[in-house]
Write a protein that binds this ligand. Structure first.
Ligand code: GCB
Length: 639
């Protein structure tokens, strides 16, 4: 094994062997870890559009060493302060050689000899003992680099759930918080010629300042859940490109160069299939912003015709490419217009969990296609709500390709610390990372800023700030959030209203409605509920549903958890929905039974939320067919 800084390690090992017992020595403590959202110790780090990784990138997927650290000894000493030297999983040393060489040296880890697991992959899949583990796990692998003087080097992470502390060759690059969005570090000055050692401390724990909070209704899936890439770029490279069709019918391009020669560079855009080339020049800041008329022969993207084009943006040294669809979105009172035509969203909600009896949040292209094909072909759908956090970009790219409209969400969910400025900053950074990653996806029509958040003055301010941030970053899409409703008896009729003040801020109203499952309303009375809405905005049912255990059926009176009960709930709610003039979309809860630790009925649940219309292994329940038929009729009515 090649290690380059053995000398440094030897000096350090003498100097700090006592530290495990000696207590605090630096501010690199747990409290720093708790408060930071995107904090970088030494070198440049940036949010990065994932597409960069596909170009000039080495995929570091494969077998990585891993080691549990339940007391977070790799983060801090047992009296606080810096971690003891013998517990720092990120040391760039050969632990075994060190201990052989120095009889006083004590290491209580050895990553080189630790077990291995396939990365990306949540640790729930590493071994059965990890099933309910919440805490710190360290990951490590080596990779070879031959640096070139005219290149810049980056490490890019698709997603690490929930906090990541990243070290290269023993040097701390920084921390990222938020389990669902990409981040990167520039390592040009840290990567070495030869074998490099990458170490990631992953902490799955959350508190009330976290987003999402500690209490949710899904499996946490701690770990490095999306690919890691080592990326080489030219010294001046294309850091971002956003190419889309704007409301005014023109194709707009925003590209940004980063590097010492970013000013005044010749830039060009090409769409080879349409024989289009557009030339221009970056400004003093390296930005190139321009537009062009819509080519006459361009086919617009829609669920029926999901046409994508290869788009290339070029600078002197670099080339960025993506597959992009072009379409417009607008509102006209209660109508959502796609390419100028009113649409009805025939959808369903999905968690990021593949079909199978033992999911590990492995969203390969095959697994994404399997999920989305159930919506598109099985349900006759045109829409998916990717709940409750940004899903893998494999899903959003697949939605582009298959022709499914997407609702993309950040995990501002139920109850978080509305008073906390850092929680707000974290939520905003998640919006930014999500939008930067996915703004070239034609399929995404909606950015959702949260789900079922309880009304209070502080929460209202918090959510309003998120709406404003979303519009600032992308004014071309519609902003929504899943709200709760209030219902009361009026003249003998149960009447539903939206009283949440957040409704006024949103482009599209969305409500979760569970009468017939939660609360006193009998399932057979759901179709009688009336909706009193006076907003001149479209409404989406972002959730409704009922738990159904595939093994419980055939009883005379449908009862909770029987598949007949779920089916009746669907029939009743769909009947009710047909009476709401402003309804423009439906996204029941949920496509597939999904893991949720809060669901522990020992016959029907055993850790699974059973509201799927298919089971975890893909078996369709009766409600699946009811929904599919309903959507077939809606498709005929609206197209
Ligand atoms: C909801 C939540 C969703 C839950 C669902 C349920 O309202 O938005 O995250 O999983 O209800 O099954 O109760």
């Amino acid at each position: 094994m090649v290690r380059v800084n053995l000398f440094l390690a030897a000096v350090l090992s003498l100097a700090v062997l006592c530290l495990a017992a000696c207590g605090p020595v630096s501010e690199d403590t747990e409290s720093t870890l708790k408060t930071s959202t995107f904090e970088v110790s030494s070198k440049k780090a940036s949010v990065s559009p994932v597409k960069v990784a596909a170009q000039g990138a080495t995929d570091l997927s494969g077998m990585w060493h891993w080691s549990v650290d339940p007391y977070a000894d790799g983060y801090a000493g047992f009296h606080g302060g810096q971690a003891g030297y013998g517990s720092r999983r990120y040391n760039f040393i050969d632990v075994e050689a060190e201990m052989r060489k120095n009889p006083t040296a004590l290491f209580e880890y050895d990553m080189d000899h630790a077990k291995t697991a396939k990365i990306p992959g949540a640790w729930i899949g590493h071994e059965p003992e990890m099933r309910h583990y919440q805490g710190v796990v360290w990951y490590q692998r080596e990779f070879e680099v031959t640096p070139r003087s005219d290149e810049r080097l980056f490490l890019e992470f698709g997603a690490v759930n929930y906090k990541a502390d990243v070290y290269l060759n023993g040097e701390r690059l920084g921390q990222h918080e938020g389990g669902f969005t990409p981040f990167s570090f520039e390592v040009t000055d840290i990567a070495i010629d030869g074998v490099n050692q990458l170490t990631v401390g992953v902490d799955s724990r959350r508190d009330w300042q976290s987003v999402p909070p500690p209490v949710t209704d899904w499996e946490t899936y701690g770990g490095i859940t999306r690919p890691v890439h080592f990326v080489r770029r030219p010294e001046t490279y294309i850091a971002e490109s956003w190419v889309r069709l704007d409301d005014d019918g023109r194709i707009r391009i925003d590209a940004r160069l980063d590097g010492s020669t970013k000013a005044g560079q010749a830039m060009s855009l090409r769409i080879p299939e349409l024989d289009i080339t557009l030339d221009g020049q970056s400004d003093a800041e390296g930005n190139w912003t321009t537009d062009m008329p819509l080519p006459a022969d361009l086919a617009l993207w829609s669920p029926k015709t999901p046409q994508l084009y290869t788009v290339e943006v070029e600078s002197a040294d670099d080339r960025w490419t993506d597959r992009i669809g072009f379409r417009t979105i607008a509102l006209n009172g209660e109508d959502i217009l796609l390419n100028g035509k009113p649409i009805f969203l025939r959808g369903i909600s999905i968690h990021e969990e593949e079909i199978g009896s033992n999911p590990v949040r492995d969203i390969s292209a095959t697994n994404a296609r399997a999920l989305l094909s159930e919506v598109k072909d099985g349900l006759n759908g045109n829409f998916v709500r990717l709940a409750h956090y940004p899903h893998s970009d494999v899903m959003t790219r697949m939605a582009d390709e298959l022709g499914l409209i997407v609702w993309s969400e950040i995990p501002v969910y139920w109850r978080i610390d509305w008073e906390n400025d850092e929680t707000l900053a974290l939520s905003k950074s998640m919006i930014e990372e999500n939008i930067l990653r996915d703004r070239n996806r034609a399929s995404i029509l909606f950015w959702s800023v949260g789900n079922e958040t309880p009304i209070s003055d502080r929460r209202n301010d918090f959510m309003n700030a998120l709406v404003a941030k979303t519009r600032e970053l992308d004014s071309s899409r519609l902003v929504t959030a899943a709200l709760m409703t209030s219902k009361q008896e009026e003249g003998g009729v149960l009447t539903a209203r939206i009283t949440d003040p957040l409704a006024d801020q949103l482009d599209v109203l969305s409500v979760n409605t569970y009468d017939g499952w939660y609360g006193p309303v009998a399932v057979g009375d759901v179709s009688e509920i009336r909706w009193d809405l006076d907003f001149d905005k479209p409404l989406i049912f972002s959730e409704f549903g009922a738990g159904a255990y595939i093994g419980l059926s055939g009883e005379d009176v449908p009862r909770k958890f029987s598949v007949e009960y779920q089916d009746e709930m669907y029939r009743e709610t769909l009947e009710m929905s047909a009476e709401i003039p402003s309804l423009r979309g439906i996204s029941p809860w949920i496509l597939k039974d999904f893991r949720s630790p809060r669901r522990q009925h020992s016959i029907y649940q055993n850790g699974w939320n059973r509201k799927g219309v298919i089971t975890e292994t893909g078996e369709r329940k009766p409600a699946f067919h009811t929904l599919s038929e309903h959507y077939k009729k809606l498709a005929d009515d609206w197209e």
